[in-house]
Write a protein that binds this ligand. Sequence first.
Ligand SMILES: CC(C)(COP(=O)(O)OP(=O)(O)OC[C@H]1O[C@@H](n2cnc3c(N)ncnc32)[C@H](O)[C@@H]1OP(=O)(O)O)[C@@H](O)C(=O)NCCC(=O)NCCS
Length: 365
Amino acid sequence: MADEFAIGTLEPQSLDAFLDLLAHYLGPVAAPRYRWLYLGNPHGTARTYVVRHRPSGRLVGCTSLFPRRVAIGDRVVLAALGGDAYVLPEMRRRGLARRLHEETRAALGGELAFMFGPPAPDNLRVLMRVGARQVRTLRHFTCPLRGAWVGRWLRQRSAGHGILGRLVHMVPPAVLESTFDCLERAAALRFAAHRGRPLLPVERVDDRWDDLWERARPRGAVAPVRDSAYLQWRFLDQPGQDVRMLALPSPGSTRQLSGYAVIDTCHGRLTIYDLLCERWEDVVALAEGLRQIARNQNLDAATLRLDQGGPYVAVLLWAGFLPTPKPVPFQILAPPGSLAAAQAGALPWLFTLGDEDWSGAALNP
Ligand SMILES: CC(C)(COP(=O)(O)OP(=O)(O)OC[C@H]1O[C@@H](n2cnc3c(N)ncnc32)[C@H](O)[C@@H]1OP(=O)(O)O)[C@@H](O)C(=O)NCCC(=O)NCCS
């Protein structure tokens, strides 16, 4: 039987049809997102693959590669975040996503070494069938700031856990919450030495960020490059974006930086989209500064998502960030025998919510 579908790269004459398809998936943000994410990325324009339904001429599916320079130890390769995989609901379960990912994989290994990212579960299953490997596990880490959050967390975690569950449910919520509030104030004293380092709002990213990246990039891990051009585009120029970028100056210096964080507040908590720090004490100072900001805004908790075995996790655990139960698989897709993919898959990653293409990336701690 003749193949009803044609798979290939997005051609200029199909752009309007592609934007309609993207709008079907994402709504009215599709067109500004296309200009910003597909065309404006300083690490390279997107490579987009589409599937056309031959009988009707319609575009019915797509997926894209968003180039990103990635540091693997001391070397830097050009790879790509995978994103915007979508097939119209009436065309699903016919193997179209599989064929799109096969097309993508065939293009990898040349200019773009490999594709990476934490796909949604339906897409991950398809990717694994075309040779993707789950190489890391991401997890949300949440720092409780108020007893109300801790009460909810304990009740969720202990539900169905026999004696522990019964014990937690026996303690009146008000007692649990006020006990936590007292303990939190006492425990926060261990950070006293790290207080007082200001976090300064950033309006434009300049060459100090390139310098910070060179000093702070984690050399025992894989890290998508956080150079000044990328940071400006990703966090400050994103249309409709309302995140705040905060710089942590080095002690005793007005010019040099020791770290930064990109934050937002929603659903009563402070979300840390991205961070980079030079030394462990900068991580503690940054975490303490952010906790202070969250407390001042009367928020319940501060949260971020990281590779559970990656940079900053040990320090953040010590600083009071608790792992949340739901793991998020992180995969790499590459042609067989890719050395860069093998190296990238063998190391922990610095991969934050901000490394994704979407500021609303699944926040489900
Ligand atoms: C994820 C998504 C792209 C998958 O598209 P799709 O074209 O349906 O994917 P495929 O057809 O290749 O595979 C999907 C399933 O159909 C099955 N399938 C494929 N061909 C089939 C056929 N002829 N008959 C029956 N089942 C079939 C596959 O085995 C797979 O099964 P699984 O869900 O148990 O793993 C699509 O569901 C989608 O657009 N979702 C919404 C957007 C989204 O979540 N994108 C991912 C963001 S990371």
